[in-house]
Each structure stands twice: as C-alpha cells, then as structure tokens.
Design a protein around this ligand. Structure first.
Ligand code: RIB
Ligand code: CA
Length: 319
C-alpha cells in the first residue's frame, strides 16, 4: 500500500461529522493529522467541544483548533439542533474533553500547517466553508499550498435539504463557498446527488450493536436524532451518510461517478441563495474548477463503511 494520505479535517460536528471522523480513523489509507472546528450544525463552542470529545473517545491524539463562529456575511441558521440534537451529537453522551483546543484560531492554524508543507497535505471540509475562505483571503499563498480539497456540500441536480434548492453547508455560508470554489484549489465536491444514495438503515446499526462495543453504542446514539428526523421529514427509517461519503474520495474512489465541471453558487440573496450549479453546457466558457460526484454505488459504500467500523471495533478489542 502507498503511504497514507495526510489530511486535515474542517468540520462542524455534528452526528454525521462524527461518523466521518470514525471512518477516517478506521482507514489505513488516511492519516488524520488535525481537526479544525467551524460553526454549522451547532455553535462553535459545541462543535469545538464535540471534536475534542469524539477524538478522545476514539483514543486519537489529534490537535483541534477553534474556528469561525458565524458566516462571513449572512446570519447563522439554527437548523442543526433539530437534526443533530442540542449537543450536536444526538443522544450520545461523551465525557467532557480533558484536552483544550490549540492556541491558534483555526484560520491561522490552517495557514501555518499548509504553508509549512506546501502541496503535502489534503484538506477535507464537511461543514460551512467559512474557515477555509478566510484562510484563502488572509494568506495569498494558502490556496496554492493545498494539495487537494474534498468538500461535502452542494446540490447539483438534486433538490436541497435546507431550502428546496440549497444544501446546508453551502447555504450556511454561500459567500465562503463562492470564494473557495473560485480559489484555484483542486476540489472534489461530494453533493447531495451522491450522499442521499448512501443510506444507513437501522438494520445496519443493529449489525454493529451485535459487537457490544461502546463504539457501536456511540454510532447508535449519535445517529438517534438524525434518524428520527429522517423518519419524520424524509419518510425513511435511517439517514444519509453525507460527511462519511467524502472519505470514499480517498479509500474507494471507484465507487464515485466523478465529472469535471465549472461549478459556482448563487449569492444573490434571493430564493435560490446557496444553490450550487454546474455549467454542463459550458455556456460560461469558464474552465472546470472541480470534480463533482454526480452518482455513487451507495450500498457498496455503506457496506464498506460498516466493514471499516467493524475492523476498528475489533482492533480496539471489542466485538
Ligand atoms: O447537508 C449535509 C451537511 O450539513 C453535513 O455536513 C451535515 O453534517 C451538515 O453539516
Ligand atoms: Ca457536517
């Protein structure tokens, strides 16, 4: 196996964010080197605390930096607690973290890390893009120092999940997304078009619970509110693995149907604010600025997710 992908994760944990962190730690193809927290599913104090608590629970000694508490321009949207619970981690009750975030703000931490090793580190973003947009604006050398950026966000041909057109991460800070999408960083976008085909069902969680492992109990508890929300509003007993699917870009790219297109986001402030659109007909004459996952072998990904979590549980002596 080639050397693992060294990566930094920008995240707003967040129930599915927690599962993305778990999958990264369970995948030998990945070396998770740091986590930066951002506002989103819940406020920045909670997302920072949750990142620290998740990593400690999973016995991962990985630094966390606290980031931006609100979008660049628009006002925050208090959508997340209805899906991720008041804590942001559903019904999971993790011990208060013993560690503290690093002293640097996440924006400065990202700039420091990527400029120290240009083109060596991959960046993942599974929350609003505020931290990354500010890093791009504050340090002109930042964009060229990022090897690759994988983003969970957007809805291309798919409808939205926070408005009829827009996906939450992009809608929460559309101006930041516009800056990131036009930064020149090599981007892979994982939108709702693909993530809604990766549905974790209660029966899948039951398979993990057979191990009796605290990690399996964590998966059940952290997803409890998320699954209840889907059952009530989306008519599905289960939930979409939005953030975990980004990990497929590294561990199973063959499961993704990727196309190169010019993609941008509506920042006009009207009904379609936050809508991501791909220039399929090349009418803008702009070159493609990203690879977009417009489809996925969803069930295969869910099975891979479960297999990796099982291996993580067994490696920890559980099950
Ligand atoms: O639209 C799904 C995205 O919004 C995921 O990242 C989820 O965690 C929320 O942040
Ligand atoms: Ca998220």
């Amino acid at each position: 196996m080639s050397s693992p992908t060294r990566l930094i994760l920008d995240t707003d944990p967040g129930a599915d964010d927690a599962l993305a962190i778990l999958l990264m730690l369970a995948s030998p193809e990945i070396q998770l080197e740091a986590v930066t927290a951002v506002h989103g599913n819940v406020g920045i104090e909670k997302t920072t605390r949750n990142a620290l608590a998740i990593l400690e629970f999973l016995n991962a000694d990985i630094p966390v930096a606290r980031g931006c508490s609100r979008p660049l321009i628009k006002s925050p949207h208090n959508w997340g607690e209805s899906v991720h619970g008041a804590s942001g981690l559903g019904q999971a009750k993790l011990p208060e973290p013993k560690t503290e975030p690093v002293g640097l703000h996440a924006v400065d931490y990202l700039i420091q890390r990527f400029l120290a090793e240009p083109k060596e580190l991959t960046l993942f973003a599974v929350g609003p893009l505020t931290n990354i947009a500010l890093a791009i604006r504050k340090e002109p050398k930042f964009a060229e120092a990022v090897k690759e950026l994988v983003v969970m966000g957007g809805a291309i041909r798919s409808g939205g999940n926070v408005t009829p057109l827009a996906e939450f991460n992009i809608h929460e800070d559309p101006h930041a997304a516009h800056i990131v999408f036009n930064s020149g960083i090599p981007i892979t976008l994982i939108p709702l078009d693909a993530t809604y085909k990766c549905l974790l069902a209660p029966a899948d969680v039951e398979r993990l619970l057979k191990t009796g492992s605290p990690v399996a109990h964590f998966v059940r508890d952290v997803m409890a509110d998320y699954m209840a929300f889907y059952s009530k509003y989306e008519g599905f007993a289960g939930c979409a693995l939005h953030d975990p699917l980004t990990v497929a870009a590294i561990i199973a790219p063959e499961l993704l149907h990727l196309e190169e297109h010019y993609v941008d986001v509506d920042v006009s402030g009207g009904v379609s604010t936050g809508k991501t659109y791909a220039d399929f007909m090349k009418v803008s004459k702009k070159p493609a600025n990203m690879k977009v996952a417009l489809d996925v072998k969803g069930r295969e990904f869910v099975e891979l997710f479960l297999e990796r979590i099982m291996s993580f549980i067994h490696a920890q002596g559980g099950g």
